[in-house]
Write a protein that binds this ligand. Structure first.
Ligand SMILES: *[C@@H]1O[C@H](CO)[C@@H](O)[C@H](O)[C@H]1NC(C)=O
Length: 335
């Protein structure tokens, strides 16, 4: 760097500007989920300011909230917004309900850069039958409103995949996922997937080394099915989703990681600031280059912006935040 003169720097800068102009969407790879199950978070305007000051230009929210939508309006923050699971049955059975939601929350906010609508998050059991009809109705409503640049998908748990090891063996567990994948292939939308190496590690420490789960060197796995070599569990998990999409006959559907993260506290194995920092910083640095199977930027949303003190379940669920509610970082991290 010290030896580099002005002219080469200028041409590098021009090259970068040219690249940015040609592929504006491709350079975005890291977003952060803005979960709000807490009673001590800062106002939305301050949260959006924190995103901007850290250079985080992608956000996921789990339901439409007018103060958040107002605060991101006019910024260049790209948004995933969910249709809450509790709405799916109505959205599936009644087109006007889906169209009303699109009108009230999307058409009413023309200054917001919506990217994807996640119709349901980790929907399970018999409710999975509502996902595709609800997605169709939201998609039809968006198209009718001239907004078919906003892609409709659903956010799935990793366990929609079975036989995920080695990655090339990955396939969908249930037929409803094949039907969803085929719909995504027709609309050009990605599959949104929540991918947590943490839980895989926590449940199987005998077979999963901590370094492999946290982007540290030391473990290499070769997949004889695709000839590729893996150095992180995250890559292996994502590529098993790509393998499942291929087996479903939809190799053109891409994956967006709609949640990933690591707890910094909560008493469970591996939950520490050190491991959370290694994982999340590793994730940020890693996804720009994608996975062995798809070596290009992988759009990924870290879960989550804040520790959430009202979350149900195990204590670790409250400690996934990159920041505490007073906006101080949980550990040092750069975007
Ligand atoms: C569908 O939803 C609309 C708007 O909420 C409502 O007016 C209508 O009665 C519903 N139709 C049925 C069949 O439930």
């Amino acid at each position: 760097m010290a030896k580099m003169g002005f002219a080469p720097m200028l041409s590098v800068a021009m090259l970068l500007i040219g690249t940015l102009a040609a592929f504006p969407a491709e350079v975005r790879s890291i977003g952060v989920c803005y979960g709000v199950i807490a009673d001590n978070l800062p106002p939305a305007s301050e949260v959006v300011q924190l995103y901007r000051s850290k250079g985080i230009d992608l956000m996921r929210i789990y339901f439409p909230r007018s103060d958040i939508l107002q605060a991101v309006s006019g910024t260049n923050i790209g948004l995933i917004m969910d249709v809450g699971n509790e709405n799916l049955e109505q959205f599936a059975s009644n087109f006007s309900v889906a169209a009303g939601w699109v009108k009230d929350n999307i058409q009413a906010n023309p200054g917001v850069s919506f990217r994807y609508i996640a119709v349901g998050n980790e929907v399970q059991d018999s409710h999975t039958a509502n996902i595709l009809p609800a997605m169709r109705n939201v998609n039809t409503a968006l198209t009718a409103a001239g907004l078919n640049n906003i892609k409709v998908s659903t956010s799935v748990r990793f366990d929609v995949i079975t036989d995920s090891f080695p990655p090339s063996n990955g396939k969908f567990r249930d037929a409803y996922m094949t039907a969803i994948a085929k719909f995504l292939a027709t609309t050009g939308a990605p599959l949104l997937a929540n991918v947590y190496p943490y839980f895989a590690y926590k449940d199987d420490q005998k077979n999963i080394p901590l370094n492999y789960a946290t982007f540290q060197p030391g473990t290499t796995v070769t997949d004889n099915g695709n000839g590729l070599t893996y150095t992180s569990l995250f890559d292996a998990m994502v590529d098993s989703i790509y393998a499942a999409l291929e087996k479903a006959g939809t190799p053109g559907v891409s994956v967006v990681v709609s949640e990933s993260g690591w707890p910094s506290a909560g008493g469970a194995v591996g939950a520490s600031p050190r491991n959370a920092q290694a994982y999340n910083q590793g994730l940020i640095n890693h996804v720009r280059g994608g996975t062995p199977k798809k070596p290009r930027a992988l759009e990924t949303y870290i879960f989550a912006m804040f520790d959430e003190n009202k979350k149900d379940g195990d204590e670790i669920e409250k400690h996934f935040g990159l920041f505490s509610p007073n906006k101080s970082p949980s550990y040092s991290i750069s975007f």
